[in-house]
Design a protein around this ligand. Structure first.
Ligand SMILES: *[C@@H]1O[C@H](CO)[C@@H](O)[C@H](O)[C@H]1NC(C)=O
Ligand SMILES: *[C@@H]1O[C@H](CO)[C@@H](O)[C@H](O)[C@H]1NC(C)=O
Ligand SMILES: *[C@@H]1O[C@H](CO)[C@@H](O)[C@H](O)[C@H]1NC(C)=O
Ligand SMILES: *[C@@H]1O[C@H](CO)[C@@H](O)[C@H](O)[C@H]1NC(C)=O
Ligand SMILES: *[C@@H]1O[C@H](CO)[C@@H](O)[C@H](O)[C@H]1NC(C)=O
Ligand SMILES: *[C@@H]1O[C@H](CO)[C@@H](O)[C@H](O)[C@H]1NC(C)=O
Ligand SMILES: *[C@@H]1O[C@H](CO)[C@@H](O)[C@H](O)[C@H]1NC(C)=O
Ligand SMILES: *[C@@H]1O[C@H](CO)[C@@H](O)[C@H](O)[C@H]1NC(C)=O
Length: 590
């Protein structure tokens, strides 16, 4: 050691600090709480301690020491003023960490907790020794607290370890506080139990705080954010660091069961697929249920859905579902809408003109349904019913019905009505204005459309040069223009599958004036004419029928006698048949 003996003596002698300057500076240099100059250092940083003594004249050297808990000094650094040299004592704790500058400021690198001591700067002259102490405080900010050993889930009515909040390596030690949704969690017996553990690391002197939280949640804690904070002292006072918040899955039992019918929006109709869905409001939600179907007493075990495909009207009723333990139940009523339509007659129907045809379209339905009729794509105002069929009644009839409340519930049936009629003829004649020709018109009614032929007496030849009007509602007319030189008889023949009808008209020679029947008739007249024609036809038909009956009776009689003499003469039958054919021909020509 190069320390001069005088200085060694001086260092041992304690001198009171110069009082006045310090009193003046007290507000500045002394933290009031401690009453001594204090240096606050951050763990791991460099501690810088100015000497805080005025360098006196005749300074020989400066020294730094610290005081052991029992008060004994340990010298650590020396600087000679005269030789401008620096020496550091061999103290293991401070090896390679010290630096004493020219103005006697001592720096300690890599601050440790063990550096929290009282250090003293000494300046020594030939006849005096000045001392000035400095207190060192070291601070270490803890790590961000973490919630470890988190519970997978919490359960209502059960006290469970939620987790441990750990904040590591703090100095001085800190406190841990738990929060729920930003509010401090205070201990509550049997509900909130908090216990804090502080462990000091012997080698570093740093504290690790571990706070465990046991918690009994309620349903309302389902989305609660749990967090913890560590409160610690830093160089500038109290500080806080917060953990990341954690949300826990809270399990709670089902308190209510709900049954739903899917799809929810629409009404149900026959043929639909429906799904019953049952749910419980517990967490986790129940996975299995018992479904009760109308008419069945035993519940059907199923997952949360029960599917019914192509439902019928008999599926209407009350459906229920319950938890497996039957503790809770819910019910719903399902109405399966239906709509039946019956049309009589329907399909293709062939009727004779003048016949009556009652038509009925009846519906049966789960609700009031409306019926409407369409004829040949046109909506009808009334439903059809026929006391006497006309040709214009023929067509495609559709009876349709819908249930307004039930989307897509619509039924329809079709009646294709064909009105047949034998040909009917009415002939008219008119002398044309030039008096050189006559126009003969054959008005024909009938369905299917009759083919018209004209013949004229004398020559008997067929007249091809005719003009036909359009065939509408079973009617049309055929017209010829002739200039007869003698009295002639014109014959109009109309024929369809049903019958061949023949009508004749005497037309006198063009030179002989005669009365013309009116040709152009309006509809009212036409109706009358029609009626007359019908009457005539009726008589004709009556006569024909009488003839037919007579024919049949005769044929039966003949047949009977033929059967009796079957083997006698085969040719006889042929003769009879020929006879009958001839008769029939006469009949239609008549
Ligand atoms: C002492 O010297 C150091 C560097 O040598 C300087 O940073 C510091 O400000 C000085 N202190 C005083 C009190 O003059
Ligand atoms: C920790 O809590 C104790 C007791 O409540 C209190 O005295 C101390 O100041 C607290 N420390 C911190 C760092 O807040
Ligand atoms: C009902 O479900 C069956 C198959 O399960 C399907 O073929 C059918 O088209 C469904 N019916 C309706 C109206 O969706
Ligand atoms: C409903 O009626 C159908 C026949 O239309 C039958 O197959 C089915 O079993 C019936 N369902 C119920 C629940 O009675
Ligand atoms: C259904 O029809 C009946 C009798 O025609 C009537 O009393 C009832 O109000 C109707 N209901 C609806 C929903 O239109
Ligand atoms: C009428 O037409 C038929 C066949 O179409 C023909 O055989 C006949 O000669 C024609 N008669 C007259 C008078 O033109
Ligand atoms: C046409 O005239 C003949 C004699 O010329 C007569 O026998 C017949 O009855 C008349 N027919 C009609 C429809 O008037
Ligand atoms: C032709 O008919 C008229 C009446 O329409 C009659 O007066 C006349 O005698 C007839 N002529 C012959 C040649 O038959």
């Amino acid at each position: 050691m190069m320390e001069p003996p005088a200085a060694a003596r001086a260092s041992c002698r304690r001198r009171p600090l110069p009082l006045l300057p310090c009193l003046l500076l007290a507000a500045l240099c002394l933290p009031p709480a401690l009453g001594l100059y204090t240096v606050n250092a951050v763990y791991g940083d460099t501690i810088i301690m100015p000497c805080r003594l005025e360098v006196p004249d005749g300074l020989m050297f400066g020294k730094w020491k610290y005081e052991m808990p029992n008060g004994s000094p340990v010298f650590i650094a020396f600087r000679s003023s005269t030789k401008k040299s620096v020496q550091y004592d061999d103290v293991p704790d401070y090896k390679d960490r010290l630096s004493l500058s020219e103005n006697y400021t001592l720096s300690i690198k890599n601050a440790r907790i063990s550096d929290e001591k009282r250090f003293v700067c000494m300046l020594v002259t030939e006849d005096d020794v000045s001392e000035e102490p400095t207190i060192v405080k070291v601070f270490k900010q803890p790590s961000q607290p973490e919630i470890l050993h988190q519970a997978d889930f919490l359960e209502t009515e059960k006290l469970k370890m939620l987790g441990e909040c750990v904040a590591r390596d703090s100095y001085p030690e800190g406190n841990v506080t738990w929060y729920k949704n930003g509010k401090v969690l205070q201990p509550v017996e049997e509900v909130v139990i908090i216990s804090l553990q502080k462990i000091v690391d012997k080698s570093t002197g740093l504290f690790t705080m571990t706070s465990s939280l046991q918690y009994m949640p309620t349903k309302e804690d389902a989305n609660a954010k749990f967090a913890c904070t560590v409160t610690y002292y830093g160089p500038s006072g109290q500080k806080t660091i917060q953990s990341e918040p954690v949300v826990f899955d809270i399990h709670y039992p089902t308190e209510k069961v709900t049954i739903q019918v899917l799809p929810q929006s629409s009404t149900i109709k026959e043929g639909d697929n429906i799904t019953l869905k049952c749910s419980g409001n517990g967490n986790p939600p129940p996975q299995e249920f018992l479904f009760y179907i109308p008419g069945e007493t035993e519940g059907i075990r199923s997952s949360d859905t029960y599917v019914m495909t192509d439902v019928r009207r008999n599926a209407t009723g009350e459906y229920r579902c319950s938890l497996m333990d039957k503790s809770m139940m819910d019910s719903t009523t399902i109405t399966v809408h239906y709509l039946d339509l019956q049309l009589t007659p329907s399909g293709e129907v062939t009727k004779q003109i003048g016949e009556a045809l009652p038509v009925s379209c009846t519906i049966s339905s789960s609700r009031n349904a409306t019926v409407f009729w369409i004829k040949d794509n046109t909506r009808m105002q009334t439903s059809p019913s026929f006391s006497s069929l006309q040709y214009q009644d023929a067509g495609n009839y559709i009876c349709e019905t819908t249930l307004q409340e039930v989307e897509g519930l619509k039924k329809s049936k079709t009646l294709k009505l064909i009105v047949e009629g034998k040909p009917q003829i009415k002939m008219t004649k008119k002398t044309n204005t030039n008096k050189m020709s006559k126009t003969i018109v054959c008005h024909v009614e009938g369905f299917p459309k009759p083919a018209v032929q004209w013949t004229v007496t004398g020559s008997g030849s067929i007249i091809n040069k005719t003009e036909e009007t359009k065939y509408v509602n079973g009617r049309f007319s055929s017209k010829i223009v002739i200039a007869p030189e003698e009295n002639v008889t014109l014959t109009c023949i109309a024929e369809n599958q049903l019958e061949r009808t023949v009508t004749s008209l005497n037309v006198s020679a063009i030179s002989i004036p005669e009365y013309d029947e009116p040709e152009d008739r309006n509809d009212d007249n036409r109706e009358k004419v029609n009626d007359q024609a019908k009457l005539i036809v009726g008589i004709v038909v009556g006569l024909l029928l009488a003839a037919l009956v007579a024919g049949v009776v005769y044929w039966l009689y003949v047949k009977k006698s033929k059967t009796a003499s079957k083997h006698v003469d085969k040719d006889l039958g042929n003769i009879e048949e020929n006879k009958k054919l001839e008769e029939n021909n006469h009949k239609s020509e008549a």
